[in-house]
Design a protein around this ligand. Structure first.
Ligand SMILES: Nc1ncnc2c1ncn2[C@@H]1O[C@H](COP(=O)(O)OP(=O)(O)O)[C@@H](O)[C@H]1O
Ligand SMILES: [Mg+2]
Length: 294
């Protein structure tokens, strides 16, 4: 254990100013794309009835076109929060709205990409990408045209007729991302989407996601435990406490865009990573000025 060095306190006050600037900027916008207040999510053990509190009183707003990332220790409740927003896990109390509608199950306004590609093995790449469009009754030609366009965007042109088993892990995740983008969701939900990839492929995919986001400005909620990934991609990073997840800190990333992985050498980048790392590893949920665990 070590107490906070004065330098850290200075960093934090700089951060508070950034956060205040951010608040005044976002207040000018009217309706958030995702609006969460006092959200609580518990799991109940069906055999013993025992409750596990996973998410506790979380408040987050995400505005149209924002890229927001949640970071936190493993097991703190990040995936639970994202799954609740996706409508895959029920919540016990609080407000959870996407595009002005109360979330009470999955819907076409949200698309999710998980760590493991969940492709249908008997369908080709293109057929996987347009699966959701088919379910929604989009005419076949229109769906295929849109699917081809999105596959170009994720660098998979020429692989339309391959089956998932013939693709590398990175290409499978690109297909998954294409499938999510094809449905043109209001909110794109990404849960450790590059977590199962090797370091080089992960970096390539991060750069591609940056490009795609810069072109399309989707509203994105990403969950990751990789702090450099969070800073590289995001407008804002939200640090969750240990379980049950609460919002410990929101940190604005005001590195200029367009960005590429070259920004990782920027001192400001390293400073933000360091600051977020400290917040992630802080123990407890108390007032600023507490002790850090080094
Ligand atoms: N389906 C489930 N049933 C019971 N407990 C669960 C379930 N899913 C996750 N948990 C528990 O909820 C907590 C948060 O998990 P999770 O949201 O997956 O964390 P993270 O994504 O931050 O690693 C953990 O303690 C985990 O064991
Ligand atoms: Mg998780």
């Amino acid at each position: 254990m070590a107490t906070i060095a004065p330098a850290r306190q200075h960093e934090r006050s700089t951060g508070s100013r950034q956060e205040a600037d951010h608040k005044s900027a976002i207040n000018q916008q009217t309706s958030p794309m995702m609006h969460v207040r006092n959200l609580c999510v518990n799991y109940e053990n069906s055999r013993t009835g025992e409750l596990t509190e996973a998410v506790l009183n979380v408040d987050i707003d995400i505005f149209p076109g924002e890229f927001v990332t949640i970071v936190g220790l493993s097991g703190c409740g990040k995936s639970t929060f994202l799954s609740a927003v996706a409508g895959l896990v029920p919540y016990q109390s609080g407000i959870l709205e996407v595009a002005g509608r109360v979330v009470n199950g999955p819907g076409p306004d949200r698309a999710v990409v998980f760590q493991r590609a969940s492709l249908l093995p008997w369908r080709t790449v293109l057929e996987n990408v347009i699966y959701g469009l088919e379910l929604r009754g989009i005419p076949r030609k229109e769906a295929r045209d849109r699917g081809r366009e999105i596959l170009k965007l994720v660098q998979l042109e020429g692989f339309e007729n391959f089956h998932p088993r013939a693709l590398s892990g990175g290409m499978q995740q690109r297909t998954n991302l294409a499938r999510a983008l094809a449905s043109d969701p209001d909110l794109l939900l990404l849960d450790e989407p590059f977590g199962a990839l090797d370091a080089i492929t992960r970096e390539t995919m991060q750069n591609e996601l940056l490009d795609i986001w810069q072109k399309h400005r989707k509203t994105v909620l990403l969950v990751t435990h990789q702090i450099d990934e969070a800073v590289l991609l995001s407008d804002r990073v939200i640090v969750f406490t240990e379980r049950p997840a609460r919002v410990r800190k929101q940190i604005v990333v005001d590195l200029k865009r367009p960005r590429s992985s070259a920004v990782k050498n920027n001192p400001e980048f390293l400073h933000l990573v360091d600051r977020i790392w400290s917040e992630v590893n802080r123990v407890g949920f108390g007032k600023e000025g507490e002790e850090y665990v080094i």
